[in-house]
Design a protein around this ligand. Sequence first.
Ligand SMILES: Cc1cc2nc3c(=O)[nH]c(=O)nc-3n(C[C@H](O)[C@H](O)[C@H](O)COP(=O)(O)OP(=O)(O)OC[C@H]3O[C@@H](n4cnc5c(N)ncnc54)[C@H](O)[C@@H]3O)c2cc1C
Length: 429
Amino acid sequence: MNIPRSSYPRIVIIGGGFGGISLAKKLAHKEVQVVLLDKHNYHTFQPLLYQVSTGGLEPDSIAYPIRKVLKDYPNFFFRLAEVFQIHPEKKSVVTNIGTLHYDYLVLATGSETNYFGNSEIEKNGMSMKSIPESLNLRSLILENFEQALLTDDLHERDALMNFVIVGGGPTGVELAGALAEIKKGILPKDYPDLDTRRAQINLVQSNGRILKEMSEEASSKAEDFLEKLGVQIWKNTRVTGYDGKLATTATELTFETATLIWAAGVKGALVQGLDAKDLLSGGRIRVNEFNQVEAWPNIFAIGDVACLVSEKYPRGHPMMAQPAIQQGRSLGENLIRLIEDKPMKPFSYWDKGSMATVGRNKAVVDLPKFKFQGVFAWFVWMFVHLFFLIGFRNRMVVFVNWVYNYVRFDREARLIIRPFNKDYSAFKD
Ligand SMILES: Cc1cc2nc3c(=O)[nH]c(=O)nc-3n(C[C@H](O)[C@H](O)[C@H](O)COP(=O)(O)OP(=O)(O)OC[C@H]3O[C@@H](n4cnc5c(N)ncnc54)[C@H](O)[C@@H]3O)c2cc1C
């Protein structure tokens, strides 16, 4: 990998997401050599992926070059590399560009979509965990309408304009709200020769309430907002299969649809060598209060891939940006303490609350001491997301886009740049 050996200990971080970047920032200007590896050369701001999928934002405005984050840090190296294997006993990682030795290793690989073993849904459904996947979804949504224009078969047309979102967490709710707004505000203008009132947005949730990790107030208000926007919510309904045309559920309910979006689960993005069952808790790498893998004291894990069990969080911290950021900062301090032979400090999570937006002027916010919903919550949601975006340019571009979209009731990034090319032959039967 052409990384010079130095007298400083080498810390290898796998993943330049929320956790990896906050750790790297904490290690800046310390007496360590840091090598950050990521399979992408950019950091992705995942909370706004749904806006890319629905044409509200260009992908560039929610991504940031990792090299730019690290540019002023001495002893920092970035390599565009996918890590395939870890050899803890040899203290090395194997990647597509070679093998690298480490003194300390940090896994910050985040999470991946969990299909719970359903290969049919994995093959035919859409997921939204990365920018390429969001662009695929954006293309498919637009291609479906282009395709619907070409048929006079009402049944086929309805299936092409029927959207099924599986999973009533923040991602499913935000996506459903955005699609409903597109249906109302944009489709009638873009497709005047298509009866877009027939388009359907279905949100399917396996248990009894959407946003189940948030308060009852947030759940019921979000449901109310979505219903007013025309989204059909199917609670206590488990989707069991999707062959590319027909989505089946555990009941007799079925949906004919060209688009099934799977937002029903995530699991730790594990790397071979650290994926043995005895190292895991709930599919994530089990770590102690210092984010340390107990079997390998010089290996650490932070963020979505790590499971730090405590009395308050028996299943680990929520798979959200804040735990990843805070664990990165805490580990940065602890690694320096460890190198200096000082005792490490246990990680303690400061829960700042959670929020979700349903659409224009509609959001729900649960703070530790207050809960509120509606217009003010929407402004808070926007402010927080702008604040946490990396890069001044990105903040400006997103802000200007939001103002433009708000004033003009528009989403101009509805472009098919890279066609998805779904096979529509089954819809013609
Ligand atoms: C659609 C969506 C919406 C979300 N909305 C919110 C929200 O509103 N609020 C919130 O708090 N959280 C939200 N989250 C969750 C939040 O984004 C994650 O919890 C957070 O990104 C976790 O940070 P991380 O550092 O653990 O991993 P990530 O930010 O996912 O970063 C992992 C990095 O590791 C890299 N990587 C993975 N495997 C390898 C490998 N083998 N080799 C090299 N590189 C690798 C990836 O390329 C990536 O850059 C959302 C997530 C999604 C998908």
